[in-house]
Design a protein around this ligand. Structure first.
Ligand SMILES: Nc1ncnc2c1ncn2[C@@H]1O[C@H](COP(=O)(O)OP(=O)(O)OP(=O)(O)O)[C@@H](O)[C@H]1O
Ligand SMILES: [Mg+2]
Length: 369
């Protein structure tokens, strides 16, 4: 028999556990589910908004400690689960896809594709369902980085096709639509057609996160995608040098203009750690990504070191997050994955709060009329 008084005490204790990103307690957020009390043994689920939650372990420990401290509780089992919430969007182009994240930069060669690949794999390692779209039509590098031989995708019903699958990810690239080694030669309108195909003809199935690797700059592909795809948020990659920051600044402004929410900045090649010494060497310059993030009032989502294993992983088709999970770069990509997922959850919470505030306002106005 469960003791209703004990249940009340447990709920009161859990009401003091705050989600540091959403700034509310986990009971009010509706995270606490399936509570089962048998004698002094207590079990419950904490259902987060993402399996990539950066403070998952911290929350689990806090719940356990606070509930264990209650008189009459002998054992506590906290089961951490997650159901990723979809970002609401006025254009329901990809119905099974809950969140679309575009990875962009103003400048070429700063590490977008490497960030996209490792971010996607890091999210998938948390058990999220993840897709990776290589939208770099002229210079696709995702098949190489993911170790997927170039071959045509499997056809499905009604002109649709299935993504390739590797390391638990669903992957689509323009490279799969051409003969191996042949460049894709397209004129402007055809380019829009390819993007349209990526959006409408791919059988993505159910995805929590779709990561889009954009080509460098602020050209046609970026504009078509930001206008046609219901992008939940954008991540802008830069290196610390001034020259890259100037271009990243343009990238941020492009998303602002097309009203795509910015999740934040990633500073890649931030520092170098040489063999046999743990010291961080800031060989380019220091703090550029943070300065850029502060200028726009957006988060710095991560700082990824320069590591040879990152290049080796990209060349060998085994992303460093898979090949060397404990390397400092892999740790940085995992932090990035947690931050991206957390920012999406924060944006969703803010927009649903705004909807309910708007509703309340409309309701109050109506009543006072
Ligand atoms: N953190 C890192 N440490 C070491 N090498 C890196 C790192 N990030 C990226 N690289 C290497 O830098 C090169 C460029 O990276 P990548 O292809 O990801 O850049 P990009 O921005 O996608 O380029 P493009 O603009 O041409 O699409 C690759 O050889 C990659 O392996
Ligand atoms: Mg690239």
């Amino acid at each position: 028999m469960s003791d209703p008084k004990l249940q009340e005490k447990i709920i009161a204790a859990l009401k003091t556990v705050q989600d540091p990103d959403l700034h509310k307690d986990i009971v009010s957020l509706g995270f606490v589910k399936n509570m089962n009390i048998e004698g002094g043994s207590v079990k419950f689920d904490v259902e987060l908004t993402t399996p990539a939650c950066p403070v998952k372990e911290q929350l689990r420990e806090e719940c356990e400690t606070k509930v264990k401290a209650i008189d009459g509780v002998e054992q506590v089992a906290v089961n951490m689960t997650a159901v990723v919430r979809p970002t609401e969007h006025s254009q329901p182009v990809l119905p099974g896809v809950k969140n679309i994240v575009a990875v962009a930069s103003g400048k070429g060669g700063v590490g977008k594709s490497t960030v996209s690949t490792n971010l996607a794999v890091a999210l998938s390692l948390t058990e999220a369902r993840v897709g990776l779209m290589d939208a770099d039509i002229y210079g696709p590098s995702i098949p190489q980085m993911m170790g997927i031989p170039v071959s045509p995708p499997k056809g499905g019903p009604e002109n649709k096709f299935f993504p390739h699958e590797k390391y638990g990810l669903k992957v689509v690239s323009a490279a799969f639509l051409t003969k191996q080694g042949q460049p894709l030669m397209l004129r402007g309108p055809m380019l829009g057609g390819i993007i349209q195909q990526f959006l409408q003809n791919v059988e993505w199935g159910e995805l929590d996160y779709l990561i889009i690797d954009l080509p460098p700059g602020t050209g046609d592909v970026q504009l078509t995608l930001t206008q046609k795809a219901p992008i939940s948020g954008a991540v802008v990659v830069t290196t610390p040098q001034e020259i890259s920051l100037i271009d990243a600044d343009k990238g941020v402004k492009m998303f602002q203009q097309v009203k795509v929410p910015l999740l934040g900045i990633v500073e890649n090649m931030s520092y170098f750690i040489c063999d046999g010494c743990d010291k961080k060497h800031y060989i380019f310059s220091r703090g550029g990504g943070k300065t850029l993030a502060d200028r726009f009032g957006i988060p710095l989502l991560g700082e990824v070191p320069i590591i040879e294993k990152v290049v080796e992983g990209g060349d060998a088709g085994v992303p460093v997050v898979m090949a060397h999970p404990d390397s400092p770069a892999s740790k940085a990509y995992k932090v990035l994955a947690g931050q991206v997922a957390a920012q999406l959850s924060i944006n969703q919470a803010n927009s649903s709060e705004k909807v309910s505030a708007d509703f309340e306002l409309a309701w109050n106005t109506e009543r006072s009329d």
